[in-house]
Ligand binder design. Structure first.
Ligand SMILES: Cc1cc2nc3c(=O)[nH]c(=O)nc-3n(C[C@H](O)[C@H](O)[C@H](O)COP(=O)(O)O)c2cc1C
Length: 209
């Protein structure tokens, strides 16, 4: 029974591009058959706390005797189990201040645990090879060859954590110029073209992964 872990983090509950695109992904995924299930986590509506202790970055055997409060440990275990049970992960990652939303960062802080999800003293990478699709929406333009080309540090960090540390097969789908309605100079036609291309890429990925 293939399971998709569908994660949203946009604070926009009405016009969000990432929410629209992750929804297309989930609909296409479930249309593949009744056995294709979805586990949904909305990191904006149900916000995670920040880490309570630096010890949460490590498994119990590497915590040097530092105790993690039971409720924090239970929540972290729930997030880890949810991720480890997923066959495919899709993450809506809006660009906020050239980074990811703090709600999504809190999730990353909980699930990146050397010795559990990434290598530490042995090559632990239980998620190696599993697909992760990061859907990035950016208000401004990030065209190849422009000075801002590499300013999306949100999807860049996710690519490193999920791809390099956790060993997942990461695909980033990006749409830009999403603020063209309020900043006409960005070009609403180019914005619409980028969004349509992203939607097609998402459909293709959700049909094949
Ligand atoms: C708090 C906040 C910070 C933002 N920072 C940036 C930014 O650094 N660069 C940018 O291009 N757009 C920025 N934007 C615009 C968003 O990236 C854009 O609206 C995007 O479409 C958000 O994703 P969503 O449509 O899924 O909500 C910001 C928006 C918010 C709400």
């Amino acid at each position: 029974m293939p399971t998709l872990l569908h994660i949203d983090s946009s604070a926009d509950l009405t016009t969000s591009r990432t929410r629209a695109l992750t929804a297309v992904f989930a609909e296409t995924w479930t249309s593949r058959g009744a056995d294709h299930t979805v586990v949904y986590r909305d990191l904006h509506r149900d916000q995670l706390p920040h880490l309570q202790s630096v010890a949460q970055h490590w498994p119990p055997r590497l915590r040097g005797g530092v105790e993690v409060p039971a409720s924090a440990a239970a929540l972290q275990q729930e997030l880890l189990s949810e991720l480890l049970a997923a066959d495919v992960v899709v993450i809506g990652a809006p660009l906020y201040n050239y980074s990811m939303p703090s709600t999504l960062k809190a999730w990353v802080d909980h699930i990146h645990v050397p010795g559990i999800t990434s290598p530490f003293d042995e090559a632990t990478q239980p998620l190696a090879g599993r697909p992760a699709v990061v859907i990035s929406a950016r208000g401004a333009s990030y065209d190849a060859g422009s000075p801002s080309e590499s300013w999306d540090h949100g999807s860049a960090a996710l690519k490193i954590v999920l791809g390099e540390s956790l060993g997942m097969e990461v695909t980033v789908v990006a749409t830009s110029r999403t603020l063209a309605d309020v900043v006409p100079a960005l070009g609403s036609e180019a914005a619409a073209r980028e969004f349509e291309a992203a939607r097609e890429q998402v459909r293709e990925l959700a049909s094949t992964l």
